[in-house]
Write a protein of this length. Sequence first.
Length: 134
Amino acid sequence: RHPEKIALVYEASRLSYGELNRRANQLARYLTAQGVKPDTLVGLCVERSLETVVGMLAILKAGGAYVPLDPANPQSRLTYMLEDSGVQTVLTSQAVLAQLPVLADKALCLDDETVQAQLSDMSVQNLAVSSLGL
């Protein structure tokens, strides 16, 4: 009802409900273009930020399920979680990826310039449930 109202606050950053929805829709469309479909497990390995919530919401909008991966965990723990869950894609950042090369084969860096350019080309409209095959 009030898309201009503040939905998220993290440190000095804020996102309105409308902006949260638009960013999540763009990322969800990007994820579906990358092959995410209903019941796909997608890892989310980012530092706490607004992007954490955007990522969670986008994965769910794409029909997937998110697997939270704490970048503070040891590499051996992350490796086990990736192998055990069967995650094929991990949303992360370049800073996290630099510290955790175990993610490299599956990584989709949200702050990568190419990814950002592709995201900006995606529609901000809500995804139709029928487009997900549900």
